[in-house]
Write a protein of this length. Structure first.
Length: 190
């Protein structure tokens, strides 16, 4: 059963990866780097500050930092535990896929997918009552994670499992944040 799933995963990777072309490689290399998303992150921070104020924004940022640290460390535990080769490092397929970028670290599951989905989930849970179209935020992890398939760095299952863990992590931290808002932060913020 697992072999069949992994075979389908590889076939889907080959299909999705083959949709790319050299014309767009530069764009996807930009999309995959977190630093290029800085204006987007600053815009989100502004939206949070506008609705929550300075002190609550600080708590919000601290919660994001804790969540990303947690999500990233668990992702690394999985990568080192499963030790699945990245498509670009897999000699069985790296000659038939488009390898736009190469990494030697392990593949399962995607840190880009888990961290971006965790952040999107947390931000959405906190902010959706303030902004009607906050659900558009989920386009960010979808585009960000697809870049990893496009570049030949992750299989679709790596992305899917990263998304699932990201949703879990983001929602878990949201629930903790919500509980702290009621108990601790309300005492600190008179």
């Amino acid at each position: 059963m697992l072999d069949k799933i992994l075979t389908l995963d590889t076939k889907l990777l080959i299909f999705l990866n083959s949709l790319g072309s050299e014309t767009y490689d530069g764009l996807w290399l930009i999309i995959t780097k977190q630093a290029y998303w800085t204006p987007f992150f600053l815009f989100l921070l502004y939206l949070v500050y506008k609705k929550l104020g300075a002190r609550q924004t600080l708590y919000f940022v601290l919660a994001i930092a804790v969540m990303i640290t947690f999500t990233d460390q668990v992702t690394n535990l999985f990568k080192n535990g499963f030790q699945r080769l990245r498509p670009c490092s897999n000699s069985e397929i790296n000659s038939i896929i488009r390898v736009v970028q190469s990494r030697t670290s392990f593949s399962f599951f995607s840190g880009h997918a888990s961290n971006s989905m965790a952040a999107a989930t947390f931000i959405y849970c906190v902010m959706h009552r303030h902004y009607k179209y906050m659900y558009f935020l989920f386009l960010w992890p979808l585009i960000f994670a697809y870049s990893r398939i496009y570049l030949g760095l992750h299989y679709p299952i790596d992305i899917l499992c990263g998304f699932l863990f990201g949703i879990f992590s983001g929602y878990l931290v949201f629930k903790i944040y919500q509980a702290l808002q009621k108990k601790v932060f309300s005492v600190i913020d008179p």
